[in-house]
Design a protein around this ligand. Structure first.
Ligand SMILES: Nc1ncnc2c1ncn2[C@@H]1O[C@H](COP(=O)(O)OP(=O)(O)OP(=O)(O)O)[C@@H](O)[C@H]1O
Ligand SMILES: [Mg+2]
Length: 252
């Protein structure tokens, strides 16, 4: 399998706040890597560095073999077209219909597409997320889970090779979470993407992660399958696990 993301000894601080202190991570084609870690540990910062939205202080960040911090503006824009970024508070444009939201990346980034080509691309991604009936609705008329799926569909319309999901199941009920988990697994199969899925939701981690990496003290101290990582005796891993499952039990 081809390596699409290669991170070596990555450091990032904001003033006196040290966030990433030697992060190493490789992500392969057709793989979902789940990133876990407490709030404020630098998970979102990490994927912003991968997408070239923030620059690292030190270390290597390669995407498709290219060093992201060394890319010029034009190269970075070309790279970003291959990256689907599902933001933590994934915003749809409220004044546009679902169809217009989905078309937006195409219209903005690709010149000379015909109406028929655009319609076909929209059709394909909306079918993929099973929400064809919502095409002419406004985002405000959709449920949280539907909005999330439309947000994912909007990134898929550009045929991404990498997907970066920032807390895709946050705030959703368990059944909707399950739908989003299935969608992320389908996306991996259909587009052969390399994905990084940031989550606090251990069910999501278990269902979607081919590998799981836990960010502690600015590093990935533990990486492996869900079972490998959570069979570790480190008390911080235990408490992370217990807290999540106890919390989800209390919510039932
Ligand atoms: N652009 C920025 N300027 C200054 N500080 C920042 C910036 N971006 C992030 N930080 C700080 O870096 C730390 C890590 O932030 P980050 O958003 O990556 O956390 P996180 O692990 O994603 O947390 P959460 O689970 O709550 O989303 C935080 O303390 C945050 O305040
Ligand atoms: Mg975050």
């Amino acid at each position: 399998m081809e390596k699409t993301i290669e991170i070596k000894d990555l450091y990032k601080s904001f003033g006196s706040l040290d966030v990433l202190l030697g992060v190493n991570l490789d992500v392969y084609e057709n793989e979902n890597v789940v990133v876990l870690g407490r709030s404020g540990t630098g998970k979102s910062v990490l994927i912003k560095i991968i997408a070239g939205l923030l620059s690292p202080d030190l270390g290597q960040v390669k995407v498709f073999g290219q060093s992201v911090p060394d890319l010029d503006k034009k190269e970075l824009n070309a790279l970003r077209l291959k990256i689907g970024f599902s933001f933590q508070n994934s915003a749809l444009y409220d004044s546009m219909t679902v169809r217009e939201n989905l078309e937006f990346p195409l219209v903005r980034n690709i010149k000379n597409m015909t109406r028929a080509e655009i319609d076909k691309a929209v059709e394909e991604v909306i079918d993929g997320v099973g929400l064809k009936k919502t095409l002419d609705q406004m985002p405000s008329e959709l449920s949280g889970g539907q909005r999330k799926r439309i947000g994912i569909a909007r990134t898929l319309i550009m045929n991404p090779k990498i997907m970066l999901y920032d807390e895709p199941t946050a705030g959703l009920d368990p059944i909707t979470c399950q739908e989003i988990n299935e969608l992320m697994n389908e996306v991996k199969e259909r587009y052969r993407t390399s994905s990084i899925i940031i989550t606090h939701d251990l069910t999501c981690a278990k269902e979607t992660g081919d590998r799981v990496a836990v960010l502690f003290d600015g590093k990935f101290k533990y990486q492996g399958t869900f079972e490998e990582v959570f069979s570790n005796a480190d008390p911080r891993i235990r408490s992370f696990y217990d807290y999540n499952f106890i919390e989800s039990k209390l919510q039932d």
